[in-house]
Design a protein around this ligand. Structure first.
Ligand code: PMV
Ligand code: MG
Length: 357
């Protein structure tokens, strides 16, 4: 049996800007996991997931396509991941087989609510890695990341891929976004093997280390607005608010680059200043695009962290979900956590998943 656990992720800075080619973001992989177990099978395969009830979904192959016995949508990412890896396997001369995939997740709570820790990215990353082993493809992390994105774009083409990179590489990463239009165009004319071996314009993933004096604290404020629809609202409005948007992009780039430099210099003061700056940039974007990124609960989380001496901001698309705090390890955070609790903000006791290899 093959077993792969992929970590969830949190955005630290650079959200929204990073959907544009070459824009940087900082993310961290967290120690909550989505696990895929692959068991070789014969004649038919099963998809089993604790997220969608206990019933297995049966699938078969019709020519080069996978067909589900019932039309169960939640498995879209898994099916696209299978399809991407199997087209790579076929093109490189590996015979296809059957297998059961069992998916279990810590990225939701008992009632199935998501914490915004990137379950779609994690399930895609874990499935791609499990199949890389099953077919013995020996792909590098960067190649696995590309396959994971080729799968993801079939379900949602407006994500930056930063979440996949965090899930695939682990640790803290400085990520820059590849040109998605380039990928979409070339996908039509290149084979999967060629796509995976090509250099993707703009793409880079680099491991970084946060200042040693700081710890990461995460609060969860509740059910978010959909990341997909928040990102499309910003994209829809960017031409009408053009000058603002251009300015947002350049300020976000400067902010994230200085944050990364502060990490490299082990400079806690500058790192915290950049986190606060990233918060302001998102607040401005939110006002200009007339959408709510920092909800009242997220504002309370951030202000409370600020009073305790930390630097905080919303994480990811916002509209709910998580806020992140970088705060000195020497500070007693209990008063802050008590204030969160009184306001229904749940402290997620999570740590960092270490960088892979
Ligand atoms: O809400 P999350 O944690 O999935 O983050 C979304 C971050 C965005 O930059 C807004 C979109 C993206 O795909 O990078
Ligand atoms: Mg989110």
């Amino acid at each position: 049996m093959i077993r792969v656990s992929a970590p969830g992720k949190l955005f630290i800075a650079g959200e929204y800007a990073v959907v544009e080619t070459g824009q940087p973001a900082v993310l961290v992989a967290v120690d909550r996991y989505l696990t895929v177990e692959l068991q070789p099978a014969t004649g038919e395969g099963r998809l089993i997931s604790d997220q969608y009830g206990r019933l297995p979904v049966l699938w078969r192959r019709a020519g080069s396509r996978l067909v589900l016995d019932t039309d169960q949508r939640p498995f879209d990412y898994v099916l696209e991941a299978i399809s991407a890896v199997e087209s790579y396997a076929t093109e490189s001369g590996h015979p296809l087989g059957y297998y059961d995939l069992t998916i279990s997740s810590e990225l939701d709570d008992m009632s199935g609510r998501k914490f915004g820790l990137g379950s779609s990215a994690a399930v895609t990353a874990a499935t791609v890695q499990a199949l890389d082993r099953f077919y013995d493809l020996g792909l590098s992390r960067l190649e696995l990341l590309k396959l994971a994105y080729l799968a993801t774009m079939r379900v949602n083409a407006n994500g930056s891929g930063g979440d996949l990179a965090a899930s695939m590489f682990g640790g803290w990463i400085a990520y820059t976004a590849f040109d998605r239009a380039w990928v979409a165009d070339n996908r039509e004319r290149m084979s999967t093997v060629e796509m995976v071996r090509s250099e993707w314009p703009g793409l880079s993933v680099r491991a970084i280390t946060p200042p040693s004096a700081l710890q990461l604290i995460v609060g969860w404020t509740g059910v978010p607005a959909s990341t997909m629809s928040l990102v499309s609202s910003v994209q829809d409005r960017k031409s009408t608010t053009n000058s603002h948007y251009g300015e947002f992009l350049s300020q976000s780039r400067a902010c994230v680059e200085e944050l990364v430099a502060a990490f490299e210099a082990d400079d806690a003061v500058v790192a915290q200043r950049q986190i606060r700056q990233a918060r302001r940039l998102l607040q401005r974007l939110s006002a200009e695009s007339e959408l709510v990124i920092e909800t009242p609960a997220l504002r309370l989380l951030c202000d409370s962290a600020g009073r305790a001496g930390g630097a905080a901001k919303s994480s990811g698309a916002g509209g709910g979900d998580c806020g992140i705090v970088l705060i000195d390890t020497g500070i007693d955070v209990r008063p802050m956590l008590r204030e969160w609790e009184l306001n229904d903000i749940r402290h997620l006791a999570i740590g960092v998943h270490p960088a892979e290899r």
